[in-house]
Each structure stands twice: as structure tokens, then as C-alpha cells.
Design a protein around this ligand. Sequence first.
Ligand code: FES
Ligand SMILES: [Fe+2]
Length: 380
Amino acid sequence: MYPIDLFDPRHYANVRKPVMQAESLPAWCYTSETFYAREVERIFKRTWTFVDRVDRIPEPGDYLVFDYVGISTIIVRGKDRKVRAFANTCRHRGSAVMAGEGNCKAMRCPYHSWTYGLDGSLIATPYMNLTENFDPGAYSLAPIRLEVWGGFVFINFDANAESLRSYLGDLVDNTEGYRFDDMVCARRLTYEIAANWKLFYENFAEQYHIPFIHKTSLYKQKRKINPPEKTDGNYVALYVEHPGSRMLLAGDTGFPPIKGLEGRIAKGTYYPNIHPSTVMGCCVDGMWFVRSDPLGPERTRLVVGTCFPRATLERRDFAKVAKRYYKRLDTTIPEDIKAAEDQQAGLRSPYYRPGRLSYLEQLVHSIDNWVLDRVLDRAA
Ligand code: FES
Ligand SMILES: [Fe+2]
């Protein structure tokens, strides 16, 4: 069974070694409630979490409710067009104020109708006129930190966290050429999978599995595999050089490239894994993302979004051609999901022992060590 103290650095000595000497993580990192609870406290409640594209809530009053690691958050665009985040808990007696997504003039709690403006301030409180010393100004919805980069909305439950820009580091400059600000998310798809959040995230950072898991899909395309990118921020990245768009399957043609795209990124695909759990495939003609929300040690929700430049969405042939892009993702994402679920099943075996890594899995080692840096107790 598991050791009593899962967070003793001594259990991880072999994961901490240089990658070509290192081992993969112990099973409990993928299966234990205790390890998962520590990840929630030390990672998911403290780091920047990608929520969705800002173009999902384009108009004042547009909102969506985001449920993540047991915290419900309202993301809403104000009359001043600024996007804000608030804890979805009424300042009266705690009811959830909003549900789902839509457009509203103000946020009204369904229980006793306390109503909040789009900036979170309390603007209506029926039957509260006899309540002594009641100052509505002191009962605004609790704000949650929110920052936007390239149209990607991120929140952070830690009021003292560094800025998003500083968290992302040089990813911001490395992806400038894609003009993410000018993109729109054309389709979102959600999967719930029976695997720990790290398994899909690690999978995305290694090309080792491509000839096997994607034998009849992605492996049909030519590629030149480069060593992992040097990165300075809370992310890791791969760059793969190849002709055409990696958002399509071999033989399919698609949309023209992103306007003004030049240099190395015009000749291949850039794949950042943004810690803790968002992956992106940045291609010559658009991008796709997968946000993985941890639901428990052995369950994860994946949200797959496909984004294109605004001009591409306005093309008359958009719907017809976009189907080829969706076909690619709808083929390959389930291939990776199966790999993650098979791996989860095997990790449950009492016979599992950590294994060794290939040079194609260097980023798996980086990810695992990034996690350990945050969850382990300091050595005595
Ligand atoms: S709990 Fe929201 S108005 Fe009473
Ligand atoms: Fe894959």
C-alpha cells in the first residue's frame, strides 16, 4: 500500500534525477485522494487557471459560470466591457447566484432576490429596510482575480499570486505571431474521462506515442522532431516542423494561413503545455486548446476548443471546410483519451512500479517535477 507520508521528498528521489536517469511518478500520484487534495490546495487554488475564450462573452451582461475544484465562479462582462470574476455565493445567506451562461442586466440571487450589478456591487435588497446598520456597500460579491492574455481568460484564487504575464513568462512573446486576440473559438467539445488530470497533460507533451496511438491518423503526416523548447515561464513546449497544417489529417486541405505569420512558426506547429493543465496546438491556420479540469484523483473533464482568425470564420465556405478540422480532433483526441484511460487502469495494479523515460519524454519529466516542486514538503 501507499507510504503513510506521501509528501516526504525521499519517495521521489528517482523522479528528481536528471531525465535520462529518472523514473516516472509513483502510482499514488495518479490514484490517491490525499495526493489529489494536496494538488488542489497547492496547485489548482494558487496558480492561474485557463477558463475560456473572452469571445464567449462578447457583450456587456454576458456571463458564464465556471465550476472548478469545488469553487463556483461567475465570469461576467460589465457595462464598461471589462470582464470580471466573482465568487458565485450570495452575500445574504450564500445561495449560488447564477447558473449556466447567458446575458443579464444584473445578477439576481434566486433565493431572496438580492441583486448585484455587473461590477459585483449590491444594488437591490428587498425587505431589508428594518435591518439595523445594514450597509449594502459592504456586501458586494467577492471578487476573484481575472486576467486576459490573447483573448484567453484566466482566473486565480490566490489574491497574492504573481501577474498572469509574469506567470506565463516568455510564452507571451513566443506566440505573438499567432494574433490570438484576433481569434474566435468556433467549437467547444467536452469529454469526461476516467483518468488523472496529469495523464492527458503528460501525453500531450511527448511525441513518443504518435506512431502507436495515432498510427492511422497523425502518424501519416511527415514531421521533424526537435528537442523540447527552452522556456522561461510556467509552461513547457514542443515545436514540430512539418508541411501544411497539423489541425488537419493527411490529405485534407483547409483554410489559408494566419495573416502575417512568419518565421519558424509559419513552418510547423508550436505545442505549449501551460501548467497546471491547459494544452494548446498552435498551427499555421488556427489553434486548438484542451483545458483539463480535475474532478477527482481518477476523473478529469476535458474541454476542447477550436479557434480560427475572425476573417476565417467570415468565409462563405467556413462551415464546410471547418468540418475537416473537427474530424481531425474528433479522431485524435479520443485516441489520446483511450491511452490515458488505459494508463489509469494499469496504474491501479499493485504490480505497477515507476518506469524509465525515453529522450522523447523529457517534458513529462519536467511536468512531474513542476508538480513535485509544489506539492512536496521541504526536506528536513
Ligand atoms: S441567499 Fe441570496 S438573496 Fe438570500
Ligand atoms: Fe496524442
